[in-house]
Ligand binder design. Structure first.
Ligand SMILES: [Zn+2]
Length: 121
């Protein structure tokens, strides 16, 4: 797969390109690039390079089904945020912004994943 992760200097966000499509992957320290690349590789293999909600193939981003800010309160490590593929999916920028870091219970995975992490406490 033709995936490359690089940093966008102005915003501090990383982006990956896949078949010349840009996929934003959020803000990370540089050493997380490899982890993000592996996660992205697996997500694309599982779901395809498209938005889960609207099937858009441009402006894609990695989305946490249970948002990072909630996982941090549940003592989930930064590393685990990109290892647990169950909690990751690809959304386009627009669907990601609409979700705006909230829990989306219209996605049946949300409750299952949230309970999984709560049970680890
Ligand atoms: Zn979308």
């Amino acid at each position: 797969m033709d995936i490359d992760v690089s940093k966008i200097s102005l915003s501090g966000k990383y982006q990956a390109t896949y078949n010349n499509k840009i996929i934003e992957v959020g803000k990370f320290p540089k050493n997380r690039g490899q982890m993000i690349t592996i996660a992205l590789d697996n997500l694309i293999a599982r779901d395809g390079a498209k938005c889960r909600k609207c099937f858009e193939t441009r402006f894609l981003s990695i989305e946490h089904i249970v948002p990072e800010w909630i996982l941090k309160q549940l003592f989930v490590s930064l590393e685990e945020l990109y290892i647990d593929l169950d909690n990751l999916e690809i959304l386009c920028r627009f669907c990601n912004q609409a979700k705006s870091g909230q829990l989306d219970f219209s996605n049946p995975k949300t409750k299952i994943i949230l309970l999984k992490y709560i049970n680890k406490i």
